[in-house]
Design a binder for this molecule. Structure first.
Ligand SMILES: [Zn+2]
Length: 270
């Protein structure tokens, strides 16, 4: 029998090292299955490291924010609430203190929460990225299964939907305004443009998606326009939009071509 104990050693500026137990793995007879880490071991270890690491990071963060930056007085704790923070390695319930505003500061707000000012969303950027990526490729249900299979977390289709909606709203807001035309300059300017090194192929297609339920197939249908541009030695770029809803179709196409490094000239009329 072999026991492998995994510990984390946490060093901070003004404290002596803290040792946290993470996991204890037991191995008996050596087989292909017992050699090295299993997926479940990795989940248990990463979830426990996450819990302990966040606990200490939070403690350290609150300690630093207990004192007023201007006069050094202590911010008294007004109360606590909890904050559910979803991460790649499990949901963490954070104790979120509200601190009283120092007397030396304008009293526009009587208290403030240092943690809420850092964690503006209740999902870590890493998990938000993975959820949005997979939910845009496969169904919400499949995304849940995929994430739960490889990571120590519980996923729910509704929270993935909400996250994807937030991410897409943010991306939409970053897309510039629609314009009547995107070609600038004149023939003389266009003649000066360097020739692209390799050809760029742009494919555009569209299709109708019909609602699964409803009185007839026409209820709830929508038209999807998709495009892809490809160039040797470059990553392909894609775009898509729902024709009935999209307010900036030319802009979407322009952004895709621009991302591909294509210079718009007289050959391409948007
Ligand atoms: Zn102060």
């Amino acid at each position: 029998m072999m026991k492998i104990r995994i510990q984390a050693i946490i060093d901070t500026d003004n404290q002596k090292s803290i040792i946290e137990d993470i996991a204890c793995l037991e191995r008996d007879e050596l087989t292909a299955e017992t050699l090295g880490l299993t997926l479940n071991d990795a989940k248990v270890i990463s979830a426990e490291i996450q819990r302990k690491m966040i606990k200490h990071q939070m403690k350290d963060f609150i300690c630093h924010h207990r004192f007023c930056l201007c006069c050094g007085a202590v911010h008294h704790i007004k109360g606590y609430n909890t904050l559910n923070y979803r991460t790649l390695f499990g949901k963490i319930i954070l104790e979120n203190p509200r601190l009283e505003t120092c007397q030396c500061q304008p009293q526009s707000q009587s208290s403030f929460s240092p943690i809420s000012s850092i964690l503006t969303e209740h999902i870590s950027p890493g998990l938000s990225y993975l959820e949005a990526k997979w939910a845009s490729l496969v169904s919400y249900g499949q995304t849940v299964k995929l994430l739960e299979e490889v990571l120590p977390l519980e996923a729910h289709p509704s929270s993935i939907f909400n996250n994807l909606k937030n991410v897409s709203t943010r991306l939409e807001a970053e897309v510039g305004e629609e314009k009547y035309a995107y070609i600038e300059g004149c023939q003389r300017d266009w003649n000066q443009l360097p020739r692209p090194d390799t050809p760029i192929t742009v494919c555009l297609d569209g299709g109708y998606v019909h609602a699964r339920e409803g009185n007839n197939r026409k209820a709830g249908w929508f038209e999807v326009i998709v495009g892809k541009s490809m160039q040797e030695d470059h990553d392909p770029k894609r775009f898509g939009y729902v024709a009935n809803y999209e307010k900036k179709p030319k802009r979407k196409l322009y952004e895709m071509l621009h991302a591909q490094g294509l210079q718009l000239n007289q050959d391409i009329i948007l």
